[in-house]
Ligand binder design. Structure first.
Ligand SMILES: [Zn+2]
Length: 313
């Protein structure tokens, strides 16, 4: 009886929301599409097979949209595909599948490592941590420490507070102390200039920015934030003639200044990372919610998406 009432309640809620706000749009957020996965940060990688499984499911069940399309009068729940960070696997592994199913996507580029072999610090740390002994040395710490989640999280907290050059120094020191043979791996590189140029001309792909250094914008001053966005805009504008109109927030972090700067720079949308559905009102207010897509398929995928499509809606 109770569950029957619940079902009716959700149906009415869904109807009410639909009348008031239109159909929901699920803006998905991906990072890497690859079969090479480390033993941490696994939530940032979807395997090639699971990515294809997800695309097929989207194609059958959703109205696939672009960020700058009209989100009014949708016939089905809408779905948008976005990628953050600008990994090369987006063109190598994801693009052929997007082409196969003719699905558009937006790729948000962190410009720091484009056209270099460098890895992002978080991937390098996963490699280093996996390759050091159970008992290991930490820069500026006298005694050896043993591996634990707390120690790992403390390292992340420490690195998050450092500038990128200081992070690099810390990692080099860590690798030296613990004799870790780190070499930048092809599977973790960022897109090259030539690849970005190709993507910017591709009819299915829109490019956006994800800042230059991938710092949490909410922790920076107005001036620092503006610089972060202007540097990355400039770098992308040098490669493409298309206007960059969207910004995805690193770590989903922002404050009032971020929104102000986004307006000043003429962005049509700021993309959050808050695991919530969007609708036409989000689009109109230029702040869109996004849902992190895990490495799942079939039934698990269906249940995961239903959470956003039905129960809360
Ligand atoms: Zn990111």
């Amino acid at each position: 009886m109770k569950s029957k009432l619940k079902k009716i309640y959700y149906k009415l809620l869904k109807l009410k929301n639909r009348i008031l706000h239109g159909r929901p749009v699920l803006v998905t957020m991906y990072h890497r599409v690859s079969d090479v996965v480390g033993d941490k940060l696994t939530h940032l990688t979807v395997s090639v097979a699971n990515f294809e499984n997800q695309l097929v499911y989207y194609k059958e069940n959703y109205q696939i949209l672009r960020l700058d399309e009209d989100w009014n009068s949708l016939k089905k729940t809408g779905l948008v595909i976005t990628f953050d960070d600008g990994y090369a696997d987006n063109i190598i592994n994801a693009l052929p599948l997007l082409e196969k199913y003719q699905i558009p996507a937006t790729i948000f580029i962190t410009t720091l490592n484009i056209n270099t072999k460098n890895e992002f610090w978080w991937d390098r740390l996963v490699f280093d941590y996996a390759n050091c002994d159970e008992l290991f040395d930490l820069p500026d710490v006298k005694n050896k420490v043993s591996k634990s989640n707390t120690v790992y999280n403390d390292i992340i907290d420490k690195l998050n507070k450092l500038s990128n050059p200081d992070k690099e120094n810390w990692l080099v020191e860590f690798e030296k102390m613990n004799q870790i043979p780190f070499f930048p791996r092809e599977e973790y590189r960022s897109l090259t200039n030539a690849e970005l140029k190709f993507l910017s001309d591709h009819p299915l792909i829109t490019l956006g920015i994800h800042s230059h250094n991938h710092y949490s914008l909410g922790n920076l001053s107005y001036k620092e934030q503006k610089q972060e966005l202007i540097i990355s805009l400039k770098k992308l504008n040098e490669l493409t003639n298309r206007n960059i109109k969207y910004l995805a927030l690193p770590h989903g972090s922002y404050n009032l200044d971020t929104i102000k700067i986004a307006q000043e720079l003429g962005f049509l949308g700021v993309l959050l990372a808050n695991n919530y559905y969007s609708n036409k009102e989000n689009k109109a207010s230029r702040k869109m919610n996004r849902i992190l897509m895990p490495n799942i398929k079939d039934e698990v995928l269906l249940h995961y998406l239903k959470k956003y499509d039905f129960r809360t809606w």
